[in-house]
Ligand binder design. Structure first.
Ligand code: NOJ
Length: 547
């Protein structure tokens, strides 16, 4: 299975590393990370770790109600993160190290403080009224329909002054733009041009499937199923979200986005990635476009909500492989700023197996900052909660602070993230004395060493960064194994998802050399795949070339 694409591009063979700018490196001692901090750490990313691209979560001016996903100016840098000159320097320094820069593009909503919305809400007759989604109240004076905001409550907020409701798919401070208005598309395409001209290599499109809704604003039907491929979002899960997102007209917009990016790609390829929360994979794959002329990488969140078991994980991978058409390219996300960290979801031992999985599957991996160290969720005391989602559906744990805590660089107070006397915007993990870059760099058995070796192997071997994927039938085994093949290279990846040792029989395997194990530092052993024993929580890569 798996089709090799004609040409291999950076966003296919490379590894994307997600940086949450508030939490990566503070360069000015205010306890919040910034662009200059990221620039200071580029050698870590390019040399020590060896990733190929960095995706920066939003750094644009914002009142920070949703920590930058509520933007007041798409064409600038929030002073807390620096200046446009700092951004330009970051791009230049990254490119000098062959690192690509992906920025977040947030098309679905602005901040309520964006001048566009300020104008729009000023009167029904304002020239920007139709830039947002305004509706009259329903006959009983309530919201126009039953749509719900993702973080909880109605998706409609009454504007007393003009007597209409505006739509907000997220917080009420984040009004949805009206993409049915061509002026909105023009303005937002100017935003893309602005950053392309500043040299960015790609975009991660926030909530890409949201921008066009049912033009008739029909009520969503109830969702009565109990089958959840993703985490529970409380009341939001009571509906099937068929009318409040993903209207088919959306594909024409992404074709135009792609066309715009292509027009900038003669010097070097630019990439459109998008957040697509769809778990019906053929529907998810529609965002590649029928002619593969929409998103290069609709981000695939299948590994986020899946129970951490071999069979379930394999089902996700095989489903993704099953919907790939020649020329389309898979991708996998294991963690991000909205999800509990993998080392918390699966446990520290399995986080190593997960890293091996992520970096050896066919397709582009996205690594969330700190996951390469095995960082875990940090419990946040009530008085330090920052994320409003913690409070929109109390008790459900929707707050995302635990996975957004500062990067752990060393064992000093504040872990090298900010000066010892500063107060980091979120608490730093108590495990930072053990789980940090400096400590792990010198420890051959650390998660960082494992991640570095995996990244090196992946880069060295075409079978691992380009090759085809073939799952191995293992019956009822709680392990997952697959071949990656390219030319005369063959690698077997075998992953034990349990805390007990497991014996595997790999049909037609023969003998090979152990290249890497998550538990056994003794690489280069010769192994017999007819009788392969995986120790508890062991993942291994076996090289069969030239056997
Ligand atoms: C998805 C982002 O990843 C999340 O952090 C944000 O809250 C929502 N989109 C709204 O922009």
């Amino acid at each position: 299975m798996g089709h090799r694409s004609e040409t291999s591009l950076w966003w296919q063979t490379g590894v994307i590393y997600q940086i949450y700018p508030r939490s990566f490196q503070d360069s000015n001692g205010d306890g919040t990370g910034d662009l200059n901090g990221i620039t200071q750490r580029l050698d870590y990313l390019a040399e020590t770790l060896g990733v190929d691209a960095i995706w920066l979560s939003p750094f644009y001016p914002s009142p920070m109600k949703d920590f930058g996903y509520d933007i007041t100016n798409y064409l600038d840098v929030d002073p807390i993160f620096g200046t446009l000159e700092d951004f330009d320097r970051l791009v230049a320094e990254a490119h000098a190290r062959d690192l690509q820069i992906i920025v977040d593009f947030v098309p679905n909503h602005t901040s309520e403080e964006h001048p566009w919305f300020q104008e729009s809400r000023s009167s029904r007759g304002n020239q920007r009224r139709e830039w947002y989604v305004w509706r009259d109240p329903s006959p009983d004076g309530g919201p126009p329909n039953n749509w719900l905001a993702v973080p909880g409550g109605s998706a409609w907020e009454l504007d007393e002054h003009t007597g209409q409701y505006y739509l907000h798919s997220f917080l009420k401070e984040q009004p949805d733009l009206n993409w049915r208005n061509p002026l909105v598309e023009d303005a937002m395409f100017d935003v893309l041009r602005f950053w392309l001209e500043r040299g960015v290599d790609g975009f991660r499109i926030d909530m890409a499937q949201r921008i066009l809704k049912d033009p008739d604003f029909r009520d969503n039907p109830p969702d009565t199923s109990s089958d959840r491929p993703y985490k529970s979002l409380g009341r939001y899960d009571s509906q099937l979200h068929v009318y409040d997102q993903g209207h088919p007209d959306i594909h024409a917009v992404y074709r135009r986005v792609r066309h715009l990016l292509d027009s900038y790609s003669s010097s070097r390829p630019r990439m459109a990635g998008g957040e697509i929360h769809i778990f019906d994979y053929s529907q998810w794959a529609s965002y590649y476009g029928i002619e593969l002329d929409e998103l290069h990488l609709p981000f695939n969140f299948g590994l986020i909500g899946v129970p951490w078991e071999a069979a379930a994980v394999r089902r996700v991978v095989d489903s993704i492989e099953g919907v790939m058409r020649p020329g389309s390219w898979p991708n996998y996300v294991l963690g991000n700023h909205d999800e509990h960290r993998i080392a918390t979801r699966a446990g520290e031992a399995q986080a190593r197996v997960a890293m091996m999985l992520l970096l050896t599957l066919r397709g582009t991996p996205t690594v969330y900052y700190g996951d390469e160290l095995g960082m875990t969720d940090v419990p946040i005391p009530a008085e330090r909660i920052q994320d409003p989602w913690e409070r929109t559906e109390p008790g459900l744990g929707l707050g995302r602070d635990p996975e957004r805590t500062p990067m752990q660089w060393d064992a000093s107070p504040n872990s090298g993230f900010c000066p010892p006397e500063a107060r980091p915007w979120l608490p730093i993990s108590e495990n930072c004395g053990r789980v940090n870059v400096q400590q792990e760099y010198d420890d051959a058995g650390s998660m960082l060493s494992l991640a570095r070796t995996l990244l090196t192997l992946r880069r060295q071997h075409p079978s691992l960064h380009l090759g085809s994927y073939h799952p191995v039938e293992l019956g009822e085994s709680p392990c997952f194994a697959y071949w990656r093949e390219e030319g005369d290279e063959r690698h077997l990846v075998a992953l034990n998802f349990t805390g007990e040792s497991q014996n595997l029989h790999i049909p037609n395997g023969g003998g090979g050399r152990l290249r890497l194990s998550t538990t056994n530092p003794d690489s280069d052993l010769v192994v017999d795949l007819a009788r392969l024993t995986l120790s508890p929580n062991e993942g291994c890569i076996v090289d069969l070339r030239g056997r």
